[in-house]
Ligand binder design. Structure first.
Ligand SMILES: [Zn+2]
Length: 180
C-alpha cells in the first residue's frame, strides 16, 4: 500500500515528458476519506503523467475491488472498481489557490512544486460507486443476496411498522397495567 504522502507528485524536479507512478490504496486511504464508507479494499492506480512547460497531464487507470455493505441484506459484498480518467493541470501565474476550471481541468499556481492526486482519486472512486449498494444478480437474474438475511430484515421492518401502528387504546391499557 502506498503511503499517503506519496500521492503528492513532486513534478518540479522532473524533466518534461512522460513519467509513470504505481500507486495502491487500502485501509489508510479509506480512513482518510471516510465519506466513502469503505473499510476494506484493494485498488491499484497506474498513473501516467506528461509534464509540459505549463501543464501536467495525468492519465489515471484505476482498478481493484472494495468491500461494501449491501443495502438489502446488510452483508459484505465485493464491488469491482474500474476507472479511466484524464485530468489536465495548468500552471498559472499569480494564482493563490487551486481552481477547478472544469470537470477535467485544474489550475494551480506556477509556484507549486507538488500536486496531490489523492483528492482526485477519492472523487473518482466516490463517483464510480453505485448509488444503491447491493450484491446484484447472477446471469439468470437471480439476486445474489443472502436470502435468509433479506427475509429477517424484512420481517423485522414489518414488525416495527406494526408496533408503530398499535391501537392507542391498547397503549393506554398497557400504561395502566404498568402503573399497578
Ligand atoms: Zn445483499
Amino acid at each position: 500500500m502506498t503511503d499517503l504522502k506519496d500521492f503528492s507528485i513532486a513534478f518540479s524536479g522532473l524533466k518534461t515528458g512522460f513519467h509513470n507512478f504505481d500507486l495502491s490504496i487500502g485501509e489508510t486511504f479509506f480512513k482518510k476519506f471516510e465519506a466513502l464508507a469503505i473499510d476494506e479494499g484493494e485498488i491499484f492506480i497506474r498513473l501516467k503523467m506528461e509534464k509540459k512547460e505549463r501543464m501536467l497531464i495525468f492519465d489515471f487507470s484505476i482498478e481493484g475491488t472494495v468491500s461494501l455493505v449491501c443495502d438489502r441484506c446488510l452483508e459484505i459484498y465485493q464491488q469491482p472498481v474500474e476507472i479511466e480518467k484524464t485530468i489536465y493541470v495548468k500552471l498559472q501565474n499569480g494564482l493563490h489557490e487551486m481552481v477547478e476550471e472544469s470537470e477535467d481541468v485544474i489550475l494551480i499556481s506556477d509556484q507549486e512544486s507538488e500536486f496531490d492526486v489523492s483528492q482526485l482519486i477519492y472523487e473518482f472512486i466516490a463517483l464510480s460507486l453505485p448509488m444503491k449498494r447491493t450484491h446484484g444478480v447472477d446471469e439468470d437474474g437471480k439476486s445474489l443476496c443472502n436470502v435468509y438475511m433479506v427475509h429477517l430484515i424484512e420481517s423485522d421492518r414489518q414488525a416495527n411498522t406494526n408496533e408503530e401502528e398499535t391501537d392507542p387504546r391498547w397503549d393506554a391499557l398497557k400504561k395502566l397495567k404498568n402503573n399497578n
